[in-house]
Design a protein around this ligand. Structure first.
Ligand code: ADP
Ligand code: MG
Length: 600
């Protein structure tokens, strides 16, 4: 197997831009093409002649000149039947002899090439992201495009989930709710995620497939044109294709500049006849234009919250995704909508790509340490008397960690204890997974006289060490378990958790029964012994009552019905009935002791 076989690409196949990356030596990285760019425009140009299709920035440059042969935003068409959706492209795929899947495959093959060049090896596997709202047909078509590009698609990942991974939110506590605000080139998506049982669930999505940075470019281009064309001779839309494209390009450039500077000058030499276009635009100008545009996202945000049945205050985090969220005004609008500052710790236009890379890294095992070692995926414990699971380290405990408990012998004269190390969420030991077992010897004594401390510790490498110490002899027994304590496949974790939920009721009943049974089984021989020792000291009636109560306990114990309630009641009656006997026993014991010491 060459190195490339184990590599899995993470790919953000965007409407406007696409990114590719890989985990290299444990670090998730996005890869640059030969021009040093990590962002590839999702554009394919089909030259008139035999020439091969051109992908990326070079294709985009052809759009102004040859819009009918330049395919952009093909993601809007993938997995849809002709006529489905209301977006009408400025090109006809049929006339170009291609399809949405083909074009997507060309983009993916280009990205694969970028990665292979950077990593100097062939790569055949990938994780590809799609919007959360993509249906099965759209996901399947995306997968097919990947296969056509020579890639085995290991997973189709939702974009907001990828973004949450990039923001490191998989490390936050269970049940945290996150709003993912994704404003890209042509689309706006708002997703609400909840971290549940270690995986993100999409609670709601909302958005507008006709709202993005492109719209702002158009508004800005119109404004620039109006500044230039003072007389108002013609509208922006009446301009010929080439000058219009030049203006749009300049507007986008100005918009991007104004995300970091306060003012920008648009210069287009020989824009019209001999006239040069020279327009100064300030951030305040842009913000005036952009305000209503950015405000259009508000209703979608509120809508998604309503769908998720959440109030704004229920959100724990708002993260920004998409190039357009680099605009300071957009960040301000987001803060206004959600009443809190959004998390801006990641590059918004790279977050989805980075998340895809992280997911790919997890799948290939190259990111195992980063991800899986931070918490225990399932509870760890040992089997105790009666076949019950005794949890020592609960699930989701942050690593490294250490915890322990004292145990004692259940049977007199016992000289060793078998420690079965278990993993899982079920109440009964038999339903959990056994990771290993070890016999711990101790000095035999009366029931309950042995003291064995059991300590679990998991180090940063995920190695579980079980240490059992006989506190009398100070002898230690150590069992080491590699990996399995923390490294469990997601599906198995999910299955264990869902079973624990499904069987919660039965499991609980079983545990209550077992505990009641242990108590009854402890009480019965004690009562027999007490009767034998002091039975003569109580009246016949009391004696009959105790014997009857004990028989009742035995009967309920033997009843296959396993009614915890009846058993508890019967045990309680027996306990109460033996009160007088217990008093007598204590008195007898005191007398004996005083006598021994010659005091009586
Ligand atoms: P998509 O997810 O739609 O493929 P992106 O997330 O890459 O696209 O967003 C592309 C959009 O982001 C474009 O409209 C682009 O102009 C805009 N954009 C990129 N960088 C900036 C910036 N610095 N300031 C403002 N807008 C930006
Ligand atoms: Mg995107």
């Amino acid at each position: 197997m060459t190195e490339g076989d184990s590599l899995i690409l993470g790919i953000d196949l965007g409407t406007t831009n696409s990114l590719v990356g890989v985990v290299d030596s444990g670090l998730p990285i996005l890869l640059a093409d030969e021009h040093g760019s990590r962002i590839t425009p999702s554009a394919v140009y089909f030259p008139m002649s035999e020439g091969a299709p051109v992908v990326g920035a070079a294709a985009l440059r052809q759009r102004a000149v040859d819009p009918a042969r330049t395919v952009t935003s093909v993601k809007r068409l993938i997995g849809r039947r002709p006529g489905e959706g209301d977006w009408v492209p400025p090109y006809r795929l049929g006339e170009l002899g291609t399809s949405a899947v083909d074009v997507s495959a060309q983009i993916l093959a280009h990205l694969r090439g970028v990665a292979e060049r950077a990593m100097e090896t062939t790569i055949r596997r990938a994780v590809i992201t799609v919007p959360a709202y993509f249906n099965d047909a759209q996901r399947a078509a995306t997968k097919r495009a990947g296969e056509q590009a020579g890639l085995t698609v290991e997973r189709i990942l939702s974009e907001p989930t990828a973004a949450a991974l990039a923001y490191g939110l998989h490390r936050i506590d269970e049940r945290k709710k996150v709003a993912v605000y994704d404003l890209g080139g042509g689309t706006f998506d708002l997703s609400i995620l909840e971290m549940r049982d270690g995986v993100f669930q999409v609670l709601a999505t909302a958005g507008d497939t006709e709202l993005g940075g492109d719209d702002l470019d158009r508004l800005l281009a119109e404004w620039i044109w109006a500044q230039f064309d003072v007389g108002g001779r013609s509208g922006f839309h009446e301009l010929p294709a080439v000058p219009r494209a030049r203006l749009l390009e300049a507007a986008e450039e100005a918009k991007k500049r104004l995300s970091s500077s306060e003012s920008h000058t648009v210069e287009l030499p020989f824009f019209e006849a001999q006239r040069n276009l020279h327009v100064v635009i300030t951030r305040a100008d842009l913000e005036r234009i952009a305000r209503p545009w950015a405000e259009r996202t508000r209703t979608h945000c509120l809508r998604a919250l309503t769908d998720a049945k959440l109030a704004i205050g229920d959100l724990d985090e708002v993260i920004l995704v998409g190039g357009s969220t680099r605009i300071p005004l957009v960040r301000q609008v987001v803060a206004e909508i959600f009443g809190r500052e959004p998390n801006t710790s990641q590059n918004p236009d790279e977050a989805v790509g980075l998340g895809a890379v992280i997911q790919a890294g997890i799948l290939s095992g190259s990111l195992r340490q980063v991800l899986l070692l931070d918490v225990t995926p399932l509870s760890l414990g040992i089997e105790t008397f009666g076949g019950l699971m005794n949890i020592i380290i609960p699930r989701n405990t942050t690593l490294p960690c250490k915890a322990g408990e004292m145990f004692t012998n259940a049977v007199a004269g016992q000289d060793s204890m078998l420690i079965r190390v278990l993993q899982g969420e079920r109440e009964l030991a038999k339903d959990n997974w056994e990771l290993g077992q070890v016999a711990v010897p101790f000095s035999p004594g009366a029931k309950g006289s042995a003291r064995v401390g059991v300590q679990f510790s998991i180090d940063a490498n995920g190695i579980l060490q079980v240490l059992a110490r006989d506190t009398v002899t100070q002898v230690d027994t150590v069992l080491e378990i590699q990996g399995t304590a923390v490294d469990v496949a997601d599906e198995r974790v999910e299955q264990m958790i869902s079973e624990s939920v499904d069987f919660a009721f039965e499991d609980m009943n079983e545990r209550i029964w077992t505990e009641a049974k242990l108590k009854a089984e402890e009480l019965l021989p004690a009562v027999d012994a007490a009767l034998a020792q002091a039975g003569d000291a109580i009246g016949a009636e009391d004696r009959a009552q105790i014997v009857g109560a004990a028989d009742r306990v035995r009967k309920v114990l033997a009843d296959p019905e396993h009614s915890s309630r009846l058993l508890k009641e019967a045990t309680q009656v027996l306990d109460d009935a033996t009160q007088s006997l217990a008093v007598i026993l204590v008195e007898q014991a005191m007398e004996a002791s005083l006598e021994r010491r010659g005091l009586l």
